[in-house]
Design a protein around this ligand. Structure first.
Ligand code: NI
Length: 184
């Protein structure tokens, strides 16, 4: 079956503030189709992650799809993965700030503190329960997407509104930094 591209809820939509429900019937056709549609949608819009509430479904599902693209030029490659009923079992004490954006908050970037390493548990789309670790940018994506399932946005996580930036200015800053690195 052909997957569909889904509409993305924007900041202020009530669905983004709700706690998402546990998925009980992962093998249901409706859940499997939702996952297929989310996978197609996140790739279409150059996302590295997408949570079900962002496509108006208040369910504990998100996609991690890290790959370098125009929105995140330095993202590592990861096979697009559906994460169902996730939780974080352990957070590293070490945290670092990094730039995040969100498909539901277009045009804005935030410098967000996150744990550098996490240990997580979730269920795959085939119903298998897995535990694994993530670090760096992938740990950041997981924490960002899990927040969506709790009704939390990245702009809630910045330490100060001064850590928010327009995407245009952010791109200018990143270009400058890259040039600085090249000239060293
Ligand atoms: Ni987001």
């Amino acid at each position: 079956m052909k997957s569909r591209l889904l509409q993305i809820a924007q900041l202020g939509n009530p669905v983004l503030k709700k706690k998402a429900k546990v998925v009980k019937n992962i093998k249901d056709k409706s859940v499997q189709e939702l996952i297929d549609d989310m996978l197609a949608t996140v790739m279409d819009v150059n996302g590295v992650g997408l949570a079900a509430p962002q496509v108006y479904q208040s369910l504990q599902i998100f996609i991690m799809a890290s790959h370098p693209n125009p929105r995140y030029p330095n993202a590592p490659f990861m096979k697009p993965t559906a994460v169902v009923n996730p939780k974080i079992l352990e957070y590293s004490k070490e945290r670092e700030r990094g730039w995040e954006g969100c498909l539901s908050v277009p045009g804005i970037r935030g410098f967000v503190p996150r744990s550098v390493k996490i240990k997580v548990e979730y269920v795959t789309r085939t119903g298998k329960r897995v535990q694994r670790g993530f670090s760096g940018f992938l740990a950041r994506i997981f924490q960002h997407e899990l927040d969506h399932l709790k009704g939390i946005m990245f702009i809630d996580r910045v330490e100060s509104a001064k850590d928010l930036m327009s995407e245009k200015e952010w791109r200018r800053l990143m270009d400058l930094k890259q040039k600085e690195q090249l000239s060293v």
